[in-house]
Design a protein. Sequence first.
Length: 293
Amino acid sequence: MKLKNFSKEAKKLVSIARTADLKKTAIPFYDILPSWCFPERHLRFKAYCVGMGKTGTSSLHVTFSNQYRSAHYAEDRFVINRILAFSNGKINQTEFTRYVKHRDRRLGLEMDSSPLNYHLIDILVSEFSEAKFIFTLRDCYSWLDSFINHSLTYPQIYNTWFRHHNVKLEELHFRSNKFKHAKEEQVLADNGLYTLEGYFSYWKEHNSKVLATVPPERLLVVKTSQINQNINRIETFLGIMPGSLPTQVRVNVGKKKFNLLSKIDKRFLEEKAEAHCKELMDEYFSDVKGFNF
């Protein structure tokens, strides 16, 4: 019976793999194996970091990696292609959910830290009732400055691997089909970057979605600048042994500063930020008074 079901499931997965958004990425063999091929692991806790990129998701992974089963951007290429297939209607909710559950069973992670979890969050919340979520949150100005610096520091990532396989994900995030560069932000266009409205609207969308979707009792909000100071809170939240996590971890820190935002009219920049981010900024970063870099 299991072999018969496996055959049906394998054919279905191969069919999904042939959709337009998945053609450029080979489907790993384990994706066509049924879930029962992968034994359930004993997990001491089950947690997901659901912050945006450049908010400390890498640092959080490293914090857990010595003592617990942790990964950062696990199987990102394959996850991104499933996200795109779902957003474009190539796979339905049931197929997407099946993929997320299959991947979760196979990886058996205790801490799954990835900005991509934002796209899976409805499934993660509903399918894994025991899971808890750590939400790394950064103010919109320092986040965008860091994101731009990262994009320009590692152009090979964004011009080859990322753009070749996953350009549509950034376009989905930053709405390149909707927002066009104004003359005040021409410096962004000249450097192959998106618009301020694109960046700030996604900052609001990602953060608001997390806060609205995850039940408060299952969510711990940790500001990026305070991750190390909140290690005890994280341990208590997850019910793990006090002192099992290091308290001085900081990785993936940008070293190059391009200062592109300082080349944009300050009033124009702050108007775009306030149009999209004001509500959350007032609630979580009331001490940040505009752009001051």
